[in-house]
Write a protein that binds this ligand. Structure first.
Ligand SMILES: [Zn+2]
Length: 663
């Protein structure tokens, strides 16, 4: 009889939709994904929730500014957030939107329970209000000006529903005492305890001055205000009023930024206690990534975006850096320099190099089959012991969310294997029986170590660890492998190696940083799409997919319009692939008067070497622009063939001079 799996439920915050995700949001969601993958490998039935917080006056305003109804505005934002998580390979199991009907019902149900149990009453809220922005300004004093529009604020009193937070001082303190690991890390726990000990004031949970919110049933125009709405999303995601049927509540882990820990560890358990519902088991507050020691924010212009990093180095590199460089729970400094340095040292030269070296040696010496280990020397046994010990240590650290420690342990083992290979020198061994047997032992040992390392690293490096796993000929999906069964010595002799793949191509630091920054700049300040050249039978491949996909222009143009496009014969001098851009080739092209760098979207159809010396038609008077962070100064003209738009370069059947103008 199959054992019923234990459930594990974790959440990221329900992100506020007033902008797009930056590295801070990405960090929390990556951590959630790492925990999810890890727990699955420990045999749990895991659900991870993220989502979007879509109510409130800021959304009301943003929608107004965009000239669309709120529902349309938030639907677009939610789609964009969901799409980015999908693109980054960290999709939620449950993506909850606070405008979902199931969430609306859950909030109204929770309110009803709190009210029935006597913890909600009608009162009056007095605050400083901007009549132009239709919003209360929290923490403003009478006489202050509006921080948004600068106009004087007015003191306004409105009818609100209040939650009797003051009744929960003792129950909360008792709860913290009984559940010492509820608030993590411990420094945050102490902060919260002294905050609660200082006394709690009742909390206004509805507004009549906001329109865009969940209505309080039978009490219109009251709508729920911020936290009573947003926090409840964790419960709506796993069944709401019917949570018992799905069995994931109470949550095992809420991951939050340190700025919202109070709401999660004071308000949220109090709301649930008032409704006689179980409180979550743990809230973990992580620090912020600082850019030059300042908190990242859109207004400061120091935002780091995930996509450019992923395009350049891959998602695993970003995941590794975020978890390796900062102790979870503390603030960390984000710098591209540190990111690329880590990438080159730990991933390209570390794991990537060890895997490709080992596979190449097994390929060469044992026809690609895992060799049989023979008599062991002490150094083989030392390495085996170290790898076996690492298993326990890594699992223990993952359990404590000590990701940096876990990765440090894994990479210590990788470094030891590197050293071992270097001193054993299997490549220098000959073909005598003794030497052949030594070679087998050394390569089996290294391969077995790689198998263990890739299983342990999988939660953090799902893509590349799986590649190493496949390279070692392991056929079962690594994500479903049970870590509890991982032991030294399981690598089967005779297993055929899988296909070798590039793991982490080394990058030049300065160039990589320049390109990441250029791509980030493109994303933050998008240039309007360049219109396709009017005479558009051939497609200009230098403009990337956007222009290539533009519909054919059928309106006729005058000769003067065509004359604006300057096309010349160019000769390709060099051509190379671009790391992180599968479709682009970087070309240098002689156009007679100068040599230009041009990017062309032809990498899937042309081998770089085949292009050297070829003459092509070039649009030379196009404004320079960056494609995937690489400067492109001009366009190569190509026909677009077939439904997939395969580019076919133009050519000349007679000798033409480089630089000749096309008319
Ligand atoms: Zn104002």
């Amino acid at each position: 009889m199959p054992e019923k799996k234990e459930k594990f439920y974790l959440t990221t915050p329900i992100y506020y939709t007033n902008g797009l995700p930056h590295i801070g949001h990405t960090y929390t969601t990556v951590v959630a994904d790492v925990v999810r993958r890890y727990k699955r490998m420990r045999g749990y039935d895991v659900v991870m929730t993220t989502g979007t917080d879509e109510h409130g006056v800021n959304v009301e305003r943003a929608a107004q500014k965009a000239g669309v109804p709120e529902s349309e505005y938030v639907a677009k934002m939610a789609d964009a957030w969901r799409a980015l998580w999908d693109e980054l390979g960290i999709p939620a199991d449950e993506f909850v939107r606070t405008t979902d009907l199931k969430h609306v019902r859950t909030v109204q149900w929770l309110f009803k329970l709190c009210k029935e149990n006597g913890y909600v009453y009608k009162g009056h809220y007095t605050g400083q209000y901007c009549i132009y922005d239709n919003a209360f300004v929290n923490d403003a004093k009478p006489g202050d000006n509006c921080p948004d529009c600068g106009r004087p604020l007015e003191t306004i009193t409105e009818e609100n529903y209040f939650f009797k937070l003051s009744s929960f001082q003792k129950p909360l303190l008792d709860f913290y005492k009984k559940n010492p690991s509820f608030i993590q890390p411990d420094t945050r726990r102490n902060e919260i305890i002294s905050f609660v000990e200082g006394g709690l004031r009742d909390l206004s949970i509805t507004r009549t001055t906001i329109r865009w919110g969940i209505p309080v049933p039978g009490e219109e125009p009251h709508v729920f205000y911020v936290w009573f709405d947003a926090l409840t999303a964790y419960l709506s995601a796993v069944g709401g009023p019917e949570y018992e049927k799905r069995g994931y509540w109470p949550a095992d882990l809420h991951l939050v930024g340190k700025d919202i820990i109070r709401f999660h560890t004071v308000y949220w358990p109090a709301f649930l206690m008032a409704a006689m519902l179980p409180a979550p088991k743990q809230v973990w507050a992580h620090g912020w990534f600082l850019m030059d020691t300042a908190k990242m924010s859109k207004s400061k212009g120091n935002v780091v975006l995930p996509r450019p990093i992923v395009n350049m180095l891959g998602m695993d590199a970003l995941r590794y850096f975020l978890l390796r460089d900062v102790v979870f729970g503390q603030d960390g400094n984000f710098s591209y320099d540190a990111l690329v340095t880590r990438y080159n040292s730990d991933l390209a030269n570390g794991l990537g190099n060890l895997a490709s070296r080992t596979a190449a040696l097994i390929e060469k010496n044992f026809a690609g089959k895992i060799p049989k280990p023979d008599a062991l020397k002490p150094q083989d046994e030392v390495l085996a012991k170290e790898a076996q010990a690492a298993i326990g240590e890594v699992l223990e650290n993952f359990d404590k969310l000590s990701f940096a420690r876990a990765l440090e342990t894994i990479w210590t083992v990788i470094a030891a294997a590197d050293k071992y290979l270097t001193s054993e020198q299997p490549w220098a061994l000959g073909n005598s029986e003794a030497e052949q047997s030594r070679k087998s032992t050394v390569l089996w040992t290294t391969a077995e170590l790689l198998r263990i390392v890739s299983a342990l690293a999988f939660p953090v490096l799902p893509d590349s660890a799986a590649k190493v796993w496949t390279l070692l000929g392991q056929s079962d999906a690594l994500g479903k492998f049970e870590l509890d069964g991982l032991r030294w010595g399981q690598l089967a002799v005779g297993t055929s190696l899988g296909k070798s793949q590039t793991l982490f191509p080394r990058v030049d630091k300065t160039e990589a940083i320049e390109r990441i920054e250029a791509m980030a700049n493109e994303e933050l300040n998008p240039t309007p799409a360049i219109p396709a050249p009017a005479a558009s039978a051939p497609t200009a491949t230098g403009t990337s997919a956007a222009a290539a996909a533009a519909p054919a222009v059928s309106d006729k143009i005058g000769i003067e319009d065509f004359a604006k496009v300057e096309m010349r014969v160019g000769q390709i001098k060099t051509a190379e692939r671009i790391v992180g851009a599968d479709k682009l080739l970087k070309l240098t092209v002689d156009i007679g008067t100068e040599i230009r760098q041009i990017c062309a979207g032809i990498a899937q159809y042309y081998e770089p070497e085949s292009l050297i010396g070829r003459k092509v038609a070039v649009v030379v008077n196009l404004a320079p622009r960056k494609l995937r962070g690489v400067e492109s100064n001009g366009m190569i003209v190509a026909a677009s063939v077939g439904p997939e738009g395969r580019p076919v370069l133009t050519g000349f059947h007679e000798e033409v001079e480089v630089g000749a103008r096309l008319k």
